[in-house]
Design a protein around this ligand. Structure first.
Ligand SMILES: Cc1ncc(COP(=O)(O)O)c(C=O)c1O
Length: 380
């Protein structure tokens, strides 16, 4: 059979390669971005209860209304921005589907989409599958900040969308109020849509605030806010997320959503709606993960890694230039095969695979797992 691939350049992802190697060598896996501890049993019980109560058939296309209401309430309280649950919120199969759907609904052939690198890996394939052209801006390193002057220069009459991610995977940086205001000023005279990936919205450290795009009126008017309950409630396997946007944008989004998935797992939505009633379930996440970050970093003080503490997400980048001059993929593989600790080399997420000699470690792990890994990392 002959066919032409729509994504000819996509190879096996670094996550699969590293994950397979980690399993083969029985390595402590700090590469994959999910917790190795359980979710709250209350949430599990709520899902089981929803199934027993008979919520086992299709949910409404936009999502269970009670969950949309709970989300609207949560956003209004955190960011003082009102989304109408009837017309401005859709429940999705994780943030990934929200991102894919927003891109598919708006990116036409030849449209340009600005992507900040290093970038989570689902943005560019989605743009390309729709005939769009990713236009990449590499973050300044080692601080991983956005050069807004360089950003502005990338805007052309063909720019349809900007993809932003804060808190940022893989760097652990968060965008400040000043960043968001600069972005708002740059986009104000344009017709550009903002796709704001905020899946780590509840994992921000040191008393800082998550600057959602919806806090900025002109950004809110042009934004899709994409979020993930999987990330927030330690249930990445549920693939439950949502998207919020002004009604005109959401209308187009739902035209695609209804033919891509129509609707999302019903009992999980019922459970989540009830679970969200207690805001401590998500407001407590910052300190829960800060404890893990601090534990991880304190132990690394005696190591040869250079550290810039993560500001958000459950990832920590470590610069290993005092340990070896090897490239990041080579060193990441050797860490697995020789020392049995798995991490992600981030060159594959950079423009032109730039190698800054840093690895990404996920600290969403049990303390015992982190302890074992730290013992090894401190001896390198
Ligand atoms: C930045 C970012 N966006 C989106 C996702 C996907 O979220 P979900 O699992 O809800 O689809 C991830 C998952 O790792 C992520 O890190």
């Amino acid at each position: 059979m002959h066919y032409t691939s729509k994504l000819p350049d996509i190879q096996t992802t670094i996550f699969t390669t590293v994950g397979n190697l980690a399993r083969k060598h029985d390595a402590i896996d700090l590469s994959q971005g999910f917790p190795n501890f359980g979710a709250d049993t209350k949430l599990i019980e709520l899902a089981a209860q929803a199934m027993r109560q008979g919520y086992n058939q299709y949910a409404p296309m936009q999502g269970y209304y009670g969950l949309r209401e709970a989300i609207a309430h949560k956003i209004a309280k955190a960011h003082d921005h009102e989304y109408h649950p009837e017309s401005e919120i859709t429940i999705t199969v994780g943030a990934t589907q929200a991102i894919f759907t927003a891109i598919t609904a708006f990116v036409h052939s030849g449209d340009e989409v600005i992507v900040i690198k290093p970038a989570y890996d689902c943005y560019e394939p989605a743009i390309e599958l729709n005939g769009g052209v990713p236009v990449c801006l590499q973050l300044n390193s080692p601080e991983y900040t956005i050069n807004w002057t360089a950003f502005k220069k990338l805007i052309t009459p063909k720019t349809k969308m900007v993809v932003l991610n804060t808190p940022h995977n893989p760097t652990g940086r968060i965008l400040s109020k000043d960043d968001m205001q600069k972005l708002e000023d740059i986009l104000r005279p344009t017709n550009i849509i903002l796709l704001s990936d905020e899946v780590y919205e509840h994992i921000v450290f040191d008393g800082k605030d998550h600057e959602s795009a919806c806090r900025y009126p002109d950004l809110a008017n042009r934004s899709f806010i994409c979020a993930s309950f999987g990330k927030t409630f330690h249930v990445t396997g549920w693939k439950l997320g949502y998207c919020a946007a002004p009604v005109a944008l959401m209308k187009e989004f739902q035209k695609v959503h209804q033919f891509a998935v129509f609707c999302v797992d019903h009992p999980a939505q019922r459970a989540m709606a009830e679970y969200l009633e207690d805001e401590e379930h998500y407001l407590g996440l910052n300190s829960f993960y800060q404890q893990k970050r601090d534990f991880f970093l304190k132990s690394l003080e005696s190591s040869r890694f250079k550290i810039q503490p993560s500001e958000g997400t459950y990832f920590q980048l470590l610069d290993y230039t005092q340990i070896t001059k090897e490239g990041d993929e080579v060193f990441a593989k050797r860490l697995i095969t020789q020392y049995q600790v798995a991490s992600i080399p981030i060159s594959s997420f950079n423009t032109n695979q730039e190698d800054h000699n840093v690895l990404r470690f996920c600290f969403a792990k049990k303390e015992a797992t982190l302890e074992k890994a730290l013992e090894i990392l401190c001896k390198l």
